[in-house]
Design a protein. Structure first.
Length: 458
């Protein structure tokens, strides 16, 4: 009886501790990793590093000098040599460790064994990046960081840089327009595409950038940000008037570059290799970011007259995509569906959009149109996105790299308030003034009276 009582006294706190750890792991994975997961994974890594590397085939035969030294000083067996390990650096989401590759190894050998290392050390995922020749960094992620997105406090930002989402390796996904000038963003209804767009606009609203929108859904997506927009077209007719103005603005900027650098006025725009960033800061035009929401609406036609207008708009979009980067004009093309069946010019426009972000789509053809020319694995990853995870997407570029990302939640009211607070940053562009949207005046709130009302009596 005494032994049973002792067991109950000891088992009760242990059961409560185990239940608390399970609850913390499910509801607060970051706290669980910092308190429990980090020490356990570190101990596993330190205790099994050599044996795991040998089991994964990541060891090489020791050098002759090492063999002679071991035989001369000890009697132990000469074992294969794993990559030399650096210091373990813990982070809020995992671990980082640098490895110096053994002679004859390459980073692809480590990357091929990432799944084995993940199971051996009990972490959520392992990612391999090359630091310099002969040195790679293992980034161990302790839990699924995309389940509940928390952006890092320190993220790369600057002019035309917006930390818009979190990658699956716990690094911020930064939309850098200077590096990737144009991008195609696809996503079905309720896939999180609008949330991605909100983060982009809210991030750019605080920068000295002109924001231009084409929203053929009568402006329901971009109208809340009217206070910060320099121009807004809400139907194909207005878009057909706005796009030639942007093309003319691009041509004027090319003339400015020619005049500054002494280029002959009759030189074709395609042969100018410089851009506005080579101009003095006082003469440099303000960058323009054009958001095209629901791009398929620009391609759809009902009559022959609409078809002619469509061809003109598509041609102007292609010109902006081909030549706009040097003039400081960048495109963010969004839509639910994008394919060659939209009409003439769709494939040519897609070829100019370097960046690709594909949320959950309704058909495999859209995922192939967005990511098929990057990697087949990216297409399969996009088609596997579940509806229960809005904001999850696959991001890549034409260099071949891709990763899963997820955008954190940002309410429409908060994004609109950011645009209203940044309304004073709207640049002065005379050509776009006719397209400046009307900003509704916010009603003044009634003052709260501190006088207690007289009670009602019979």
């Amino acid at each position: 009886m005494t032994d049973m009582t002792t067991l109950l006294e000891v088992g009760g706190p242990l059961a409560a501790l185990g239940g608390g750890a399970a609850y913390t792991r499910a509801r607060h994975p970051a706290v669980y990793w910092s308190t429990v997961g980090l020490p356990i994974s570190t101990a596993r890594l330190l205790g099994s590093y050599s044996s795991v590397m040998e089991a994964c085939g990541l060891t090489v035969a020791p050098s002759r000098l090492r063999v002679l030294a071991i035989k001369a000083t000890t009697n132990r067996e000469v074992r294969p040599v794993p990559p030399r390990r650096g210091l373990i650096r813990p982070t809020s989401t995992g671990l980082r460790i640098r490895l110096r590759l053994a002679p004859g190894q390459e980073p692809a050998d480590i990357a091929a064994s990432a799944e084995r290392l993940r199971h051996a050390w009990g972490v959520h995922a392992v990612y391999v990046t090359t630091v310099k020749p002969g040195v790679v960094e293992l980034r161990l992620v302790g839990y699924d960081v995309l389940r509940r997105v928390r952006m890092p406090r320190k993220a790369a930002d600057g002019l035309l840089k917006v930390p818009v989402a979190l990658r699956e390796d716990a690094m911020p996904f930064v939309r850098d327009y200077r590096t990737i000038p144009h991008q195609l963003t696809l996503g079905a209804t309720l896939s999180g595409k609008s949330m991605y767009l909100r983060h982009l606009i809210a991030g750019l609203a605080r920068q000295p950038v002109a924001l231009v929108g084409i929203d053929c859904k009568r402006g329901v997506e971009l109208a809340p940000f009217a206070a910060r927009l320099s121009a807004l077209a809400t139907d194909p007719e207005q878009a057909a008037e706005l796009l030639p103005v942007l093309v003319k603005e691009m041509e004027d900027r090319y003339d400015l570059i020619k005049a500054r650098q002494g280029i002959a006025p009759d030189t074709p725009d395609e042969e100018i290799t410089s851009d506005i960033w080579g101009l003095p800061e006082k003469q440099r035009p303000v960058p323009i970011v054009l958001f095209v929401d629901e791009v398929a609406e620009l391609f759809l036609v009902a009559t022959r007259k609409d078809e002619e207008r469509r061809d003109e708009m598509v041609t102007q979009l292609i010109r902006l995509a081909q030549l706009g980067r040097a003039a400081g004009i960048y495109l963010e093309v969004c839509g639910q569906r994008f394919g060659a069946e939209l009409g003439k010019g769709a494939t040519m426009l897609r070829a100019q959009l370097t960046g690709r972000v594909c949320h959950r789509v309704n058909d495999e053809a859209s995922a192939k149109m967005a990511l098929g020319d990057i990697a087949p694995e990216a297409v399969y990853a996009a088609c596997a996105i579940a509806p229960e995870r809005p904001g999850l997407a696959v991001a890549g570029d034409t260099s071949g790299g891709w990763s899963r990302i997820r955008t954190p939640y940002l309410s429409l009211g908060d994004a609109a308030e950011t645009c209203r607070e940044s309304a004073h940053l709207v640049p002065d562009l005379p050509a776009l003034k006719p397209f400046r949207p009307d900003v509704p005046v916010r009603p003044a709130e009634a003052p709260v009276s501190l006088v207690k009302p007289r009670p009602v009596t019979d």
